[in-house]
Write a protein that binds this ligand. Structure first.
Ligand SMILES: C[S@@+](CC[C@H](N)C(=O)[O-])C[C@H]1O[C@@H](n2cnc3c(N)ncnc32)[C@H](O)[C@@H]1O
Length: 288
């Protein structure tokens, strides 16, 4: 797993889909495209504006903007990691690289752009990988013109259904131990994946100086049949390159034998059963 998880562009292209069948991949892509369109619509981009997709990865938002606005806007593909920008460049070079497209290697907490440069700053599933959200918001605020918008989509992982909520405690030998460990892991203040809520995003955006802050929370309830391979992947698929899997996170608390037994029992308890999970996300809009 570590091998195929070398960098973000590989993770975005391969690893995140590795445990899915064709139907699930198609559903996930449809879901991503609908989020892309929602964020772009929310940004109300106008002709002649300067727009950046920060943490662009494989360019979900940036390519969406390019498709919609052609050369009517300046589009900056920006990411902390060069492999993502190279991947986007490769895609663009198959057609002609338009002159209104720019590439910027930058961390969102230290953006290599002058003050008041952009009309729109966009992100999708980037803050969730950034340990301190406030410095990123302060940077978005700095590089936006007065009246410019920051628009984003972020998963609120800390408030999703937890594994222990899906389990019948009588079927799991160390239920209480794993429930306590999962609770601690999902509220860890130094883990970028879970160290924020809709409320803290709202507060941090206001602290950074934004006004008309909107953090629109959506809870999607989905019911599906849990297949054994998919359940296994909950514990073995990393949430990003170089990031710890859930199994590795549990290994901080327990010996491997105990963790493996827990995973086996979870697979036995839930395989081929219908499960219902809540997934929380937020659409964000804020004005400088
Ligand atoms: C889950 S991917 C999302 C990619 C893309 N926005 C999308 O919607 O498909 C997270 C992206 O954030 C980038 N990233 C992570 N930490 C970053 C940081 N501190 N500054 C800028 N980009 C970052 C990663 O390189 C990766 O491309």
């Amino acid at each position: 797993m570590e091998e195929i998880c070398k960098n973000w562009s590989t993770w975005l292209k391969k690893t995140r889909f590795s445990y899915m069948n064709e139907t699930q991949v198609a559903q996930t892509l449809n879901w991503l495209f609908s989020i892309r369109d929602t964020v772009i619509d929310m940004a109300e981009i106008k002709s002649g504006q300067k727009v950046a997709d920060f943490g662009c990865g494989s360019g979900l938002l940036a390519f969406g903007i390019l498709e919609k606005f052609k050369n009517d806007v300046e589009i900056i593909f920006s990411d902390k990691f060069i492999d993502c920008l190279d991947e986007c460049k490769k895609i663009l070079e198959t057609s002609n690289t338009p002159s209104n497209v720019k590439f910027l290697q930058s961390d969102v907490t230290d953006i290599k752009l002058e003050n008041d440069y952009l009309d729109r700053a966009l992100t999708r599933s980037v803050l969730v990988h950034v340990k301190d959200k406030l410095p990123a918001f302060q940077e978005f605020y700095r590089v936006l013109k007065s009246g410019g918008y920051y628009c984003a989509f972020e998963p609120i992982i800390s408030e999703n259904t937890r594994y222990y909520e899906l389990l019948d405690s009588s079927l799991i030998s160390d239920y209480e131990d794993f429930k306590n460990a999962e609770t601690e892991l999902m509220t860890n203040p130094v883990d970028p994946l879970v160290n924020f809520s809709a409320y803290s995003l709202d507060k941090d955006l206001e602290t950074a100086g934004f006004s008309n802050v909107l953090v629109n929370v959506n809870v999607a309830q989905s019911k599906y049949i849990a297949l054994p391979d998919a359940i296994k992947s909950w514990f073995t698929a990393p949430p990003g390159p170089g990031q710890k899997t859930m199994k590795e996170r549990f290994l901080v608390y327990f010996e491997e034998k105990k963790v493996d037994n827990f995973i086996r029992e979870v697979i036995n308890a839930l395989s081929d059963k219908e499960i219902e999970v809540n997934t929380k996300t937020a659409l964000i809009k804020a004005v400088k």
